[in-house]
Design a protein around this ligand. Structure first.
Ligand SMILES: [Zn+2]
Length: 71
């Protein structure tokens, strides 16, 4: 049974919505870092701030911050 793994992967890469909020400041989240210990959400500002430390530790670093530039 691989159901658990595929569910985690699809949740880790699911599109972020306006309801997803940065864990640091509460702004709209554009990055989801899926860690072994849980999921962290960041706005573009905090994603940039924490990426260097956290991205290598994350199982999935799902970054939609380029959507900001398209708006
Ligand atoms: Zn933030």
């Amino acid at each position: 049974m691989n159901d658990t793994i595929s569910t985690i992967e699809s949740e880790a890469t699911a599109p972020l919505t306006g309801l997803d909020r940065c864990d640091s400041c509460g702004a709209q989240a554009y990055v989801r870092a899926t860690m072994e210990s849980g999921v962290l959400l960041f706005c573009a500002h905090h994603a940039t701030k924490h990426r260097e430390k956290l991205a290598p530790l994350a199982s999935v670093w799902h970054d939609e911050s380029e959507r900001l530039q398209q708006d």
